[in-house]
Design a protein around this ligand. Sequence first.
Ligand code: ADP
Length: 201
Amino acid sequence: MSQFIIGLTGGIGSGKSTVADLFAAQGIDIIDADIIAREVVAVGSEGLAEIVEHFSVEVLLDNGELNRTALREKIFNNPDQRLWLNQCLHPKIRQRMLDLVKKSSSVYTLLVVPLLFENGLDSLVNRTLVVDITEEQQIKRTTSRDHSNTEIVKNIINSQMSRDDRLSKADDVISNQGEKDDLEQAVIALHRKYLTLSDKS
Ligand code: ADP
């Protein structure tokens, strides 16, 4: 059981998944908050049942899955409903993260959380690691990955913590401004550091 937890974060398109894959290649267990956020509202989950009870079956698709668009519309411009939804889901996400950390068997565990600082989930981790790129690179890489337009990506960037604020909160920073191939050496160096730190914890 590994209890030393690294929280990996960064803005959209910064390279969190790319960096996480490189840690996984070093044998480190990865816990992905995006996957957990989907699991807690999966068909048959307590989360989905509570959402339907609160918002009605209007937020369900015909196949019984959550209709994300319908749910987004319910909370759009409605801070009370947004708050209700966050208060419903956040404890479930947090608990599932902790359960998975307990099950992790690698020397330390990497928790990948896009909104680590925004949602206060840095309180769950021993150290934070921020993947850093410029806003121009974020826009370029995200639009080409998602085939989305610049405006959509800019809106997402603006809804997230600013680059400076994120960097000021980071214990460690990995720059992804160069080539993908440059990342591996940086990850290996951090991996060595985390092995030492987890040994002492
Ligand atoms: P995140 O998980 O933070 O949203 P990704 O790891 O998906 O970011 O990276 C965003 C996109 O940029 C992906 O298509 C990825 O393959 C690409 N990418 C990652 N690092 C680099 C790099 N150093 N140079 C060019 N493209 C990169």
